[in-house]
Design a protein around this ligand. Sequence first.
Ligand code: CDP
Ligand code: CDP
Length: 202
Amino acid sequence: MRFTVAIDGPAAAGKGTIARAVAARFGLAHLDTGLLYRAVGARVLEGLDPVEAARALAPADLDRPDLRASEVAQSASRVAAIPEVRAALVAFQRAFAARDGGAVLDGRDIGTVICPGAEVKLYVTASAEIRAHRRWLEEGGDEARVLAEVRERDARDSGRADAPLRAAEDAVVIDTTALSIDEAVAVALAHVSDRLQGRPRG
Ligand code: CDP
Ligand code: CDP
């Protein structure tokens, strides 16, 4: 079976939570594509050239324990604006999406650029304040600073020329601002289930 679920949206909207739940429920492989950019961003903080780091990326690089750090997230969003970096990561993502048994990919440009033919496209979003609050609950620190960093990353990801963050025209938008995790996951599972059974989305 070839079945691809594309999940995009801004930082801490709940993409990963939904992607993991969809993958577990339907037995699909899951790729958090943000990890690719975070791994390149981490190498750049160590002094490597971003394009060379992207071209040399190996699966083991995605297991680095420091990839969740906020400075790595900011570095990821800076390297993600470089077209040669994005180009170096396309083939791996498309091969993952095409695997037998189906796949879920979450990121910023999955429904628009990486998998424009995906069977299901979800755009998961929420207010910047609630997203920053969720990140702050995970990471601690100064909540106002977390919000500023979320806003800075949103602006950079949405404003870049190459593969900017936006909902695909045929994406189902899930606003998780007022939803619990269970509610957001239930909405997503229902859409995927409908598509698997050949019913139209809506
Ligand atoms: O992958 P993304 O950065 O979009 O977000 P996530 O890692 O799935 O979710 C960010 C945080 O928000 C996690 O701690 C989730 O448990 C939490 N969350 C939530 O509180 N309510 C939701 N409806 C979705 C996620
Ligand atoms: O978990 P969170 O949503 O905070 O971030 P992430 O998904 O790990 O992505 C980190 C950064 O990588 C984003 O801010 C984007 O700049 C970049 N990214 C991208 O450009 N395209 C993707 N498909 C995934 C991530």
